[in-house]
Design a protein around this ligand. Sequence first.
Ligand SMILES: NC(=O)c1ccc[n+]([C@@H]2O[C@H](COP(=O)([O-])OP(=O)(O)OC[C@H]3O[C@@H](n4cnc5c(N)ncnc54)[C@H](OP(=O)(O)O)[C@@H]3O)[C@@H](O)[C@H]2O)c1
Length: 417
Amino acid sequence: MIKIGIVGIGTVGSAVIKNLQKNRDLIKSRAGKEIKIIKGVVRDINKHKNIDIPLTTDYKEVTRNPEIDIVVELMGGVDKAYEVVSDALKHKKAVITANKALLAYHRFELQKLAKTSFEYEASVAGGIPVIKALRDGLSANHILEIKGIINGTCNYILSEMKKGRNYKEVLKEAQKKGYAEADPSFDVGGYDAAHKLLILASIAYNIDAKPEDILIEGIENINLTDIEFAKEFGYEIKLLGIAKKLDKKIELRVHPTLIKKSEMIAKVDGVMNAISVIGDVVGETMYYGPGAGGDATASAVISDIIEIVRGSKKPMLGYKIPLEIEKCSLIKSEDIISKYYLRIAVKDELGVLEKIAHILAQNNISIESFLQKPRNSYVKLLFATHKAKEKEIKKAISIIQKLNFVIKPINYIRIEE
Ligand SMILES: NC(=O)c1ccc[n+]([C@@H]2O[C@H](COP(=O)([O-])OP(=O)(O)OC[C@H]3O[C@@H](n4cnc5c(N)ncnc54)[C@H](OP(=O)(O)O)[C@@H]3O)[C@@H](O)[C@H]2O)c1
């Protein structure tokens, strides 16, 4: 029998307990052994009266328990979770976590500590087995690109906005339905997606970057004009996590993105997640499914348990030997090259367009298409540019923003083609 200690019995933890019981015979048959949770760690034992597992508030009763083989960390957070997981690894436990925030900051340190198995399938895109796909199924490939809808809350909000509903109204509804937290800034600001992107990128490229090192923008500034523009020009707006290999440099970024309607990933609406991975051998592959929720996430956690019970001991990030010949470095955010969409609200005056076009040209930005939307007291100018450098677009925007006929903050969205 394999004995498990579970740290955190909230949404995911209780779904793991429930589903281990529900599919007990199948799981035993697949794993080859009986699996039993023998201890749980929570903050407040009184909240968990109907759980028939012995509970404690002291994680060391699990991480240092000689009877326990696998520690499953489902508490969330960074510092305390790091303390718990590293203590478990130091005491030679196999570890499973669903904690993307922990891994976004500490995955390389934890990899060094992990002398036994360390699995984390649920940390990216909940129930979708994308980590196993990238680390195992695609291990023969150089990964050329990863493009993912990896935050269900943002995808739900953007999908609803296509129906003409405004951002604030949809966000409130998402909170009511339990898709968004009471403080939604982590999701809508792009940070949750960035954590997941960093995990995927370290499997694809063995690159150790922190959230502070990469470009992260959220969906807070998207409005219905942007949605109208997208419709008119055959685009969808999606919050994407993008990782690309350009020669020996790696580009990592999270931001709202205009993508062509014909792309498969553009068709993914609602709370669902989808990830496209392009390998040099296989070509494009796609992974789609529920990115959150107790049961979907438990499905991934239990698959990790089965994998460890079967005796699998994979290198945590997928590399037995570091990839020295091809050490990749991160492209600076300011050097990223993309096409851009710009929304500029101006007073209806003569010469406005000419002045803006001149400033764009001075900064090496050429206009691909242009649309003008008159409003009651002002005009909205919508531009799509040819490829330009991030720092030049930012410089042009800061100059244009100061012109006295510009009446609102300029918004921009990168176009991915
Ligand atoms: N929810 C999802 O859909 C989802 C999807 C993918 C990944 N994840 C990840 O899974 C992890 C768990 O998420 P969740 O939604 O299940 O969280 P949750 O519902 O908030 O549950 C957290 C659990 O951890 C316990 N806990 C928190 N801090 C603790 C501490 N310092 N000491 C002891 N116990 C502590 C809590 O105890 P009390 O019950 O006593 O408060 C609770 O049982 C997170 O890392 C999250 O990012 C979640």
